[in-house]
Design a protein around this ligand. Structure first.
Ligand SMILES: Cc1cc2nc3c(=O)[nH]c(=O)nc-3n(C[C@H](O)[C@H](O)[C@H](O)COP(=O)(O)O)c2cc1C
Length: 157
């Protein structure tokens, strides 16, 4: 499996769509915080999801998730999926993206690349261990982030 990227801009600048669930019921949200690396001898992807996100419920319930990366012309759709919640509306139906079944999860026809991930680990980020300047800026008024690590089992292009 070969995935060549500038890891420091992949999430930060390009963004990704994090999706969990099955074709019958799934939810996606935009993420720009995450990483790719190695853990326990496996290729892994890490994402950070606030507990308030609807997608968080799916991630907790499901054993798999996908991370999809899109061309620039899909940015408005990623912005929509990153500003509306599936809890309040049928945002997946109106996303303008075509969902596809992929092995254990859901991918998108428009994606340039999709990482299929088996959930390996989840842990809340302990506020006490976060530097106070960051804690005050990012967590004074918003829900905490939980960290999810998935084994990248497949790369779809
Ligand atoms: C560019 C961008 C990046 C984002 N990155 C994250 C992230 O890494 N983690 C997170 O919890 N929320 C992130 N969000 C916010 C969620 O995508 C947003 O709250 C979304 O509406 C949640 O949808 P849901 O409630 O249907 O899960 C981001 C939003 C945007 C626009």
């Amino acid at each position: 499996m070969e995935f060549t990227t500038d890891i420091f801009s992949l999430f930060d600048k390009k963004w990704a769509l994090l999706t969990a669930g099955s074709m019958e019921k799934f939810n996606s949200m935009t993420v720009s915080w995450g990483g790719l690396g190695t853990l326990w001898g496996k290729s892994v992807a890490t994402v950070y999801v606030r507990t308030s996100r609807y997608t968080h419920e799916f991630l907790d319930r499901e054993d798999w998730f996908t991370l999809s990366f899109f061309p620039e012309n899909c940015r408005d759709r990623l912005l929509l999926l990153g500003t509306k919640s599936g809890r309040d509306m049928d945002k997946m139906g109106g996303s303008g993206l075509e969902a596809l079944p992929c092995g254990k999860g859901v991918a998108y026809r428009e994606a340039e690349a999709t990482l299929v991930c088996r959930k390996l680990f989840m842990q809340p980020l302990d506020p006490a261990r976060i530097p106070s300047d960051i804690r005050e800026k990012l967590y004074a008024h918003d829900a905490p982030h939980d960290l999810y690590i998935g084994e990248v089992t497949e790369l779809l292009r």
